[in-house]
Design a protein around this ligand. Structure first.
Ligand SMILES: [Zn+2]
Length: 355
């Protein structure tokens, strides 16, 4: 494959700094506005990018090619800013909160985590997620008891003992709850909840910055959908321009027994729970990685779908593919390595700069 450009330099400190800020901004699906505004503010530093808010609350970024036709872009990338989280289902007579989950996670993965309840008028109340029977000194059920929405609850850091006490804090059924991300960057690793998929949003922002600073433009007019409903399955089902020909979703790669992916590389997923991705587009991305000497992994995922599949399910007819960094312990306390983030960003740049 003949390539058009050498890749511009990525500022990795910038990427991890922005990623940490994004991770620390709560955005459970349905409540992603603040995180989306953080992306908007960051992208405002690159005035060549046109920014549009969609009716659904996602951000559509458009980066024109040098010889832009001015028509709607035929090429798109997407990454999602929404994360796992929860909603208040019931205020219990004890003053504790029953939750209903937003997105697919195992309740054991949030045991002991601190959280914020986001009240309807922009307040926050601090708390922790615990089994109702938590004390090992009192309950024999703690060690083996099932963790689910019935057995776990929020203990608020307020002196509350009944429903009215909780209501007086402004908390009501339907309030969003976000779990602390617990971001840590060390030895090249980034640990945090919700690297899925903020890592890829940071990769897109870092790629845009790298192009900006090198005075480069994409080979074709390109749009980036920063979506906000991926974790519940329909982030990519709308908001792309008409006439799209190619859509590349950037989302994390799953790691575990039988998976080829690891934390140090970017992966292309060629099949997930929704079936195979577009073979020719996947091959094009694999050829691009080889041409730029980016060592990538090819993998398939079992219990996984992406916004590219949401786009197909909604009737979209463009070719779609899925790439992203390997993320250990996905939908739990996740971890990736800067090498995987850099490779994902370079791969994205390689795609942007070539026809
Ligand atoms: Zn994801």
């Amino acid at each position: 494959m003949k390539t058009n450009q050498t890749l511009p330099q990525i500022n990795t400190d910038y990427m991890t700094d922005f990623l940490a800020r994004l991770l620390d901004t709560p955005s459970p699906t349905g409540f992603a506005r603040q995180a989306m505004e953080l992306v908007e503010q960051e992208i405002a530093k690159y005035p060549e990018v046109k920014v549009e808010w969609t009716k659904k609350g996602s951000l559509l970024l458009t980066l024109p090619a040098e010889n832009s036709s001015g028509a709607a872009p035929t090429r798109a990338l997407t990454a999602h800013v929404d994360t796992l989280g929860a909603m208040v289902r019931q205020i219990k007579p004890t003053g504790r909160l029953e939750l209903t989950e937003v997105g697919g996670f195992a309740w054991g993965s949030i045991e002991g985590e601190n959280c914020l309840v986001h009240t309807r008028h922009n307040g926050t109340v601090r708390g922790s997620l615990l089994p109702r029977e938590a004390s090992v000194h009192v309950y024999s059920s703690v060690r083996d008891g099932k963790r689910d929405s019935q057995s776990m609850e929020v203990r608020l850091d307020e002196r509350v003992t009944n429903v009215d006490d909780v209501r007086d804090l402004g908390i009501e059924v339907g309030d969003f709850v976000s779990f602390d991300a617990r971001v840590e960057v060390l030895n090249g690793f980034v640990k945090s909840r919700h690297l899925d998929d903020k890592a890829c949003v940071a990769a897109i922002v870092a790629a845009i910055k790298a192009l900006h600073e090198s005075n480069l433009t994409p080979a074709k007019d390109t749009c980036f959908l920063i979506s906000n409903y991926e974790e519940v399955g329909h982030g990519g089902s709308s908001d792309f321009p008409e006439g799209l020909e190619e859509l590349v979703a950037l989302d994390m790669a799953a790691i575990g027994d039988g998976q080829a992916s690891d934390e140090y590389h970017a992966t292309i997923c060629v099949k997930d729970a929704g079936g195979p991705y577009h073979h020719e587009l996947s091959n094009k991305l694999r050829d691009l990685a080889a041409a730029y000497d980016i060592k990538i992994v090819v993998d398939t995922y079992l219990h996984y779908s992406s916004d590219a599949k949401a786009y197909w399910r909604a009737g979209g007819d463009a070719a779609v593919a899925l790439i992203g960094p390997g993320v250990d312990s996905s939908h739990h306390y996740e971890r990736t390595h800067i090498d995987a983030l850099v490779d994902t960003t370079n791969w994205t740049l390689a795609y942007l700069l070539n026809d």
